[in-house]
Each structure stands twice: as C-alpha cells, then as structure tokens.
Design a protein around this ligand. Structure first.
Ligand code: NAD
Length: 288
C-alpha cells in the first residue's frame, strides 16, 4: 500500500483563510486581533519560529508584535512584560516563546506561563487551559495537537472506537494530543521513553502520533497496514535536512495516511496559533 500524504501546507492555507474571514468579521466591529510574542535570548531556532509566526500573522490581518529581550533578562522583568501585555487591550493573545534562557529556572518559567491571562493564552499552556481541556470545557487548546486533529478530520480518518497511540508525553504535544483523541472517542495509549516494547504498542494502533524528537524512530514494520500516521517530530538529519520521527520511506509503503516533515504538522501549528488569536479576539467581543 502507498500512503495518502497529508499535505499540511495546503490544509494550513485553508485554516488561514478561515482565520482571515474571522478577522474581516472582527474588523466590522472595529477590532484588530493582536498577538504579542515574547522572545527572550537568541536561540536560533526560536528566532526562526518567531519570525515565521509574525509573518503569517501579518498575512491574515493580525497585528503581531515581537518583544525581544536579552538572554540575561530576569524572571522578574519577564513577569513585568507579561503583566503589561495582560493589561493591554490591543493584545488578544500572548505567547512566551520557549525555551526561556538558561538563567530562568523551570520553576520561574512555570510562574511566567501561569502569569499569562488565560483569556490570552493562545498557546494553551496555562494550567487553566490544560484543566479546561481535561474537563472538556471550551478554552485554548495547544496549537500542534489542534493541527494534528484537523489533519485527521480533513482526511476522514475514523477515530471513534479506534486505537490511537501517542508517542511522547510532553505538556505541549503528547498530553493534549491524547486528551483530544480521547474526546473523539478513540481508545488512547500514551507511550514514552520508559515504554516497554514501543514497536508492539505502535503495531496495535489505527492512528499513530509521533512526538518524540528522535529522527526516523518509527519504522515501517512497526505500523499496522492502513494506519494513519502523523509525524510531529522536527529533527536535523546528519546532512542538515529536516527529518521527522517517522521513517518516511518505509512507513509510506505501509500506512494509509502519512504526514511528511517538512510540510506536515509544522505549518498547521502556526495556522492554529492564528486561529487561537482570532478566537481570543472574538471571545472578548462575545462572538465565539
Ligand atoms: P519533549 O522532549 O518535551 O518530549 C519528548 C517525549 O518523547 C517525552 O515525553 C519522552 O518520554 C518521549 N521519548 C523520548 N525518547 C523516546 C523513545 N526512545 N521512545 C518513546 N518515547 C520517547 O518534546 P516535544 O516538545 O513534545 O516535541 C517532540 C518533537 O516534536 C520534537 O522533535 C519537536 O521539535 C517536535 N515539535 C514539533 C512541532 C511542530 O509544530 N511540528 C511542535 C512542537 C514540537
């Protein structure tokens, strides 16, 4: 079997068009959705991500601004920036780009993320947003898992009663992904670095989400024929090229659907950030 490739770039264009329509509707009420991205330090990957987010936001009519801070910034100063953005009515979404500089401890980073007004938590990482997801209440859902769900929905991949395996248990991808699949009535297994016989768990799955950060970890003989496989991983290969967590050449011979890297989940993540910003603006207006 040759897998149907899930084109994340094309689907992200569709999501951005939906966002544009909402932005136009908001303009009629005099509202321009605003996104503030806080970038501390000079991590090269973060610089690229933040530039892309700002560029895509501008394209759909979102007013995006980047607040650049030096790597030596204190946790107190970062908190001050977040509090200022919370109080700024022109800002509907706040995103603190991770990772924070080495000088910020994990506990401080957590305090900074918690300081974001949950109504502006467009990354969906505030404990209030995560709690809403667990409780099945409307909040903000992390962008990458939202993008993965849209990819599955767009291709009509059945989830109800199906077995889904999520590889990775991070707060930003694995855990919210598992909750979304559960909400769609899949039977969900979450695998991680201590899972015994990962290949056997993956072989049982109708839907596989790989969010690990290990190049080409998921091999062709791990995958049930016809399964849908979403590759979240972004890794640099030895040749400097981007590769996912899935062995594309092998798995594309076995899977029913497969998302590529690049051109898969990455564009969808940014599209869902824009979606969340427009949603935040619409919610403040009372329209969503
Ligand atoms: P993370 O490092 O926080 O989590 C990785 C998870 O993988 C952990 O839960 C760990 O237990 C598990 N793991 C590690 N080694 C394993 C192994 N050998 N077998 C099974 N599980 C193992 O990473 P993250 O932030 O969740 O990101 C995961 C990957 O997804 C990374 O490559 C990251 O760059 C990528 N990512 C992509 C996007 C996107 O937009 N495409 C967004 C976020 C993350």
């Amino acid at each position: 079997m040759t897998a149907q490739i899930i084109d994340g770039r094309a689907l992200a264009r569709t999501v951005r068009r939906e966002v544009e329509q909402r932005v136009v509707a908001l303009a009629a009420d005099g509202v321009v959705p605003g996104l503030a991205v806080v970038l501390a330090g000079d991590d090269p990957a973060s610089q690229v991500y933040v530039r892309n987010k700002a560029k895509m936001a501008a394209r759909v009519g979102i007013d995006a601004r980047t607040i650049r801070l030096p790597a030596e910034v204190s946790a107190g100063d970062l908190l001050g920036v977040v509090e200022r953005l919370n109080a700024d009515d022109t800002v509907h979404g706040i995103l603190v780009q991770l990772p924070l500089p080495a000088g910020i401890s994990a506990a401080e980073a957590s305090t900074i993320l918690r300081a974001i007004d949950p109504a502006k938590d467009v990354d969906g990482l505030h404990p209030a947003s995560l709690g809403q997801l667990v409780a099945g209440e409307a909040g903000f859902v992390a962008c990458t898992p939202s993008g993965c769900m849209r990819m599955l929905r767009a291709h009509g991949v059945p989830l109800e009663g199906r077995r889904a395996v999520v590889i990775g248990r991070s707060t930003i991808v694995g855990k919210p992904m598992a909750l979304l699949l559960l909400a769609a009535n899949a039977t969900v297994t979450v695998c991680h670095s201590r899972t015994v016989d990962l290949a056997a768990r993956v072989r049982e799955a109708d839907v596989v989400i790989a969010a690990v950060g290990r190049p080409r970890l998921v091999r062709g003989d791990w995958v049930k024929p016809g399964a849908a496989v979403i590759d979240v991983g972004i890794n640099r290969g030895d040749d400097g090229k981007l590769v996912g967590d899935v062995h594309f050449d092998e798995v594309s011979q076995v899977a029913g659907h497969l998302s590529p890297v690049p051109g898969g989940v990455g564009p969808m993540t940014i599209a869902y950030l824009l979606h969340n910003v427009s949603l935040a603006a619409a919610r403040r207006l009372g329209g969503a």
